[in-house]
Design a binder for this molecule. Structure first.
Ligand code: PMP
Ligand code: GLU
Length: 391
């Protein structure tokens, strides 16, 4: 009997995550002693802060190791509500917030309660690898809006209008973006919001990289413009990228009460609460009142600037300055290689790992991460320059 023919249909379209696969391949090779420069990582290289770890240890020691309310402990939800108010000018009651096992889980939950079979979900392309696959899992239809490098990979109002049909249900926005690092400006978001309100389209606004933003730019949350767009928006955020807590798995969504209650029911019967210990750690992270981010942002910006300077001098590639997140997405068309061949050869010949663009919807691009120390970045840039000169 062939098992694969008996698997649920909805899994057939779903590909494995290229970001996770390549990142773990690089980690494995490194642990085996290969001198791998990993430019694949989708997580900050900084350690989780000590005060956060201590809170986790304390949670274990004090026996905070049982089920919690499904949507998260009240004190964490209260703090998230205050964070959304102070950082993002968004008024959400704790009852409108659902804490989940990472922002990835929050996005999946949001899509699960919004998307019916054959509903169309608009996804600006290039996109983060998991969005289309999650839409497939919800039996929806991803509809890509192809953005252009000359528009800094941002959708325009005209492009958005062109893609809307009677079946359009949701638009996924991600600013700052993975993989391009583009950051939408307030006036751009206002126009997008207007179109979504006019057409009653929900917006899933993935703001996971909000703290990693450069050149003094300011992150803007689309839900804050007016009541109409607020009601249609699911705001997504989490602890992974801002507090180097990728392994702890805490993310959250905030939305109109009907949406958060539906997500709560879904979570009741799927994962229940996110990890109790990690919730206490998240509480400590969000309670921290010192200046946590400016040093990290400065360091990331220095690394970005260093890499951009180096990349701009290399033959055959065209990097675009990212304004946020920790990725540089660059065009490799002139090498004549497909993105997976480029990435494989780079790994085999130069021991550099990066992510092929095909998983992000662009087979003539690759994504490098600068979430690694300067020394490794220098080594990586030297090896990449050498590879490009020979190919
Ligand atoms: N959104 C984007 C754009 C991401 O890059 C990631 C990284 N994994 C996530 C969401 C999910 O992050 P997490 O599940 O670790 O909170
Ligand atoms: N979001 C990160 C990345 O794009 C982590 C891996 C993942 O969850 O996809 O590399």
């Amino acid at each position: 009997m062939r098992i694969d023919t008996r698997l649920a249909q909805r899994l057939k379209k779903v590909k494995p995550s290229s970001t996770l696969a390549i990142t773990s391949k690089a980690k494995k090779l490194k642990s085996e002693g290969f001198d791998i420069v990993s430019l694949a990582a989708g997580e900050p290289d900084f350690d989780t802060p000590d005060f956060v770890k201590e809170a986790g240890i304390e949670a274990i020691k004090s026996g905070f190791t049982k089920y919690t309310p499904t949507t998260g402990i009240p004190e964490l939800k209260k703090l998230i509500s205050e964070k959304l108010e102070s950082d993002n000018s968004l008024g959400y009651e704790p009852s409108q917030i659902v804490v989940s096992c990472g922002a990835k889980h929050s996005i999946f939950n949001a899509l699960s309660v919004l998307v019916d079979p054959d509903d169309e979900v608009l996804i600006p392309s290039p996109y983060w690898v998991s969005y289309p696959e999650m839409v497939h899992l919800c039996l929806g239809l991803p509809r890509f809006i192809k953005t252009l490098p000359e528009n800094n990979f941002k959708i325009t109002p005209i492009q958005l209008r062109e893609q809307i049909s009677s079946k359009t249900k949701v638009l996924i926005l991600n600013s700052p973006s993975n993989p391009t690092g583009c950051v939408y400006r307030e006036e751009e978001l206002r126009k997008i919001a207007e179109i979504c309100v006019e057409n009653k389209i929900f917006v899933i606004s993935d703001e996971i990289y909000e703290k990693l933003i450069y050149d003094g730019l300011k992150h803007v949350s689309i839900a804050g413009f007016n009541k109409d767009i607020y009601d249609l928006t699911v705001t997504i955020n989490g602890m992974s990228k801002s507090y180097s807590m990728t392994g702890w798995r805490i993310g959250y969504l905030a939305a109109a009460i009907d949406i958060s209650e539906a997500v709560s029911r879904l979570q009741d019967h799927s994962t229940s609460n996110p990890n109790s210990i990690a919730q206490k750690a998240a509480l400590a992270a969000l309670s921290y009142s010192g200046d946590f981010f400016s040093g990290i942002v400065r360091e990331f910006q220095n690394r970005r600037d260093y890499c951009m300077e180096r990349l701009k001098k290399m033959p055959k590639i065209s990097p675009i300055l990212p304004e946020g997140a920790f990725y540089i997405f660059f065009d490799i068309s002139k090498t004549g290689l497909k993105s997976s061949d480029f990435a494989n050869r780079l790994l085999e010949e130069k021991y550099i790992s990066l992510i092929p663009g095909d998983g992000f919807g662009m087979d003539n691009y690759v994504r490098m991460s600068f979430a690694t120390c300067m020394e490794e970045l220098k080594k990586g840039m030297d090896r990449l320059a050498d590879f490009l000169e020979r190919n």
